[in-house]
Design a protein around this ligand. Structure first.
Ligand code: DCP
Ligand code: MG
Length: 372
């Protein structure tokens, strides 16, 4: 049996902002462009106490929490802290798979003595906090699913070890909507079919539920019973393309098409930020109700990662494709993605950090870490 660990930073973008400006400590903060139509990237735990959450419109968040401090995103700052945090871990643990800007899976089978998970991981969590000044939640189990569910159970600074002994008391009572991999659309369908908790799925034989989950029924049921993959892919965290597409419920026309292009551009940009990338080209796909699909793309000389620029280029392509016909599906994709250059790191931020960073017990310069 393997020992798989999942580490997820707590309210990551908000923690990074707090490190840059300690006067924000204790205040409810959220990261977003402060415009009526934008949504929050994340919120601090102080803001979450008011019901404020990721992906919530700014207007709703302000209504829920009058004193909410809205901070515009600083992606280079987040990228910098993420690199520092994961490069420390990668040096200690070779079998590490980074899954996003703020989370990773690690195979620690050869690192943790049997039965010593709690002490070992508590010590690691404290070391990470001391070295990086960042708080994380840790989950541990015999496979990826248990580790991922564990890290989500207590935040901030949570540590949860799941095993066959405590699965019935810790995992099974959770709502089915909390199960990793079950999306917003599937959860209500499962609930309607009587699967309210993860435990219900672990014991389910209902053909209605089998129909809802299709080929994935055994996969999800296995997870609910505490089984799953324990393979950690430690090849580079490096997607080469990203896309987002939507089918309209009813045939759409130009205006709805433009709205959808905007939404897809926002999603693709979120992916770019998550992986610290910029795009050099954008493509648009348009499908009509007779299932004829047309697509076209355009390249740009300067790499971009902001919604406004991506949307402007995508619109140029869309205007070439659109010929007053009804639309069934719209998609936006980027195929040429490149890393954000290291030399674009904000010198000011690095300067601010040079006095504070401690690395492997020694005080070293932030700029040295960035160069590595
Ligand atoms: N993020 C985003 N838009 C979302 C969700 C997340 O831009 N809809 C960004 C901001 C988050 C970061 O990704 O800080 C990491 O995402 P997580 O889902 O891990 O959320 P947090 O780290 O903010 O909170 P948690 O403590 O729940 O992990
Ligand atoms: Mg997180």
């Amino acid at each position: 049996m393997k020992t798989i660990v999942h580490i997820d930073l707590n309210a990551f973008f908000a923690q990074c902002e707090l490190l840059s400006d300690p006067t924000l400590k204790g205040k409810p903060i959220a990261i977003a462009y402060d415009s009526k139509r934008s949504v929050l990237s994340t919120a601090s735990y102080e803001a979450r106490a008011f019901g404020v959450n990721s992906a919530m419109p700014v207007s709703t968040a302000k209504r829920l929490c009058k004193n909410l401090v809205i901070i515009p995103p600083h992606f280079e700052l987040y990228s910098y802290h993420s690199k520092h945090f994961f490069s420390y871990l990668k040096k200690r643990y070779p079998i590490l798979e980074q899954a996003s800007i703020d989370e990773c899976y690690i195979d620690m089978s050869d690192d943790i003595p049997m039965g010593k998970e709690q002490e070992y991981l508590f010590d690691l969590q404290m070391t990470l906090y001391r070295v990086t000044k960042l708080k994380c939640s840790i989950g541990c189990g015999a496979n990826r699913f248990l580790a991922k569910m564990g890290s989500d159970m207590k935040k901030p600074l949570g540590l949860t070890i799941l095993n066959q002994g405590n699965i019935p008391t810790l995992l099974w009572p959770l709502a089915i909507s909390k199960m990793y991999g079950i999306g917003k659309k599937t959860a209500p369908k499962l609930m309607e079919a009587g699967v309210l908790t993860i435990g219900d799925l672990a014991h389910c034989e209902d053909p209605k539920v089998k129909k809802i989950l299709g080929n994935n029924f055994e996969y999800f049921k296995g997870h609910a019973q505490g089984f799953g993959s324990d393979f950690i892919d430690n090849s580079a965290f490096d997607p080469k393309s990203m896309s987002s597409e939507r089918t309209f419920q009813e045939d759409a026309f130009f205006e709805e098409g433009v709205e959808m292009i905007k939404k897809c551009c926002e999603e693709v940009c979120q992916e770019l930020h998550k992986y610290h990338k910029k795009a050099l080209s954008v493509g648009v796909k348009l499908r009509t109700p007779d299932f004829v699909t047309k697509s076209r793309r355009t390249s740009f000389s300067e790499p971009i990662d902001d919604v406004a620029s991506l949307f402007a280029y995508a619109m140029k392509v869309f205007e070439q494709l659109y010929k007053d016909q009804p639309i069934r599906l719209i998609g936006v994709s980027i195929e040429r993605v490149i890393d954000i250059e290291e030399n674009k790191e904000d010198d000011h931020l690095i300067e601010q950090w040079n006095s504070q960073l401690e690395y492997g017990g020694k005080i070293i310069k932030a700029s040295d870490i960035v160069k590595k």
